[in-house]
Design a protein. Structure first.
Length: 130
């Protein structure tokens, strides 16, 4: 498995598991029956950290261009720049989830920007501009 593919798989796994703590909070706040019920305006609100975590999860899911770009690199061979960029993207997105969940606004923006820079760098590498 290439380095880039390794980081892609970790990124997909992380994004795919971000809903789990949200559901645990939902169970604790609303109980098992309330957690399985359809959403209603009368529902007790979930914890603020859980709401922020779900927002980070939704945000992470919208970053699909990273995955598409990585697959384009699959046939182009391994390069140190793309391996670094894929690792940077994973760590930036993980940091983004953590600081978003903790409610740290400035670092949230910085970690999001780092992930965006990684996406742009990967796209530039695909077009052999870097």
């Amino acid at each position: 498995m290439s380095t880039e593919l390794f980081w892609l798989v970790l990124t997909i796994a992380m994004t795919g598991l971000l809903w789990v703590p949200y559901i645990v909070d939902r169970l604790m706040v609303r109980g098992p029956i309330g957690a399985m019920a359809n959403p209603s305006p009368k529902d007790k609100p979930q914890s603020a950290w859980a709401q922020r975590l779900m927002a980070a999860h939704i945000n992470a899911g919208k970053s699909g261009c990273f995955c598409s770009a990585r697959f384009d690199r699959a046939g182009a061979g391994h390069r140190a720049a793309t391996a670094f960029t894929c690792a940077l993207y994973f760590w930036a997105r993980l940091a983004h989830v953590v600081v978003y969940t903790l409610g740290i606004p400035v670092f949230r923006t910085l970690t999001f920007a780092a992930g965006f820079v990684a996406q742009v760098s990967l796209m530039l590498a695909i077009f052999k501009l870097i």
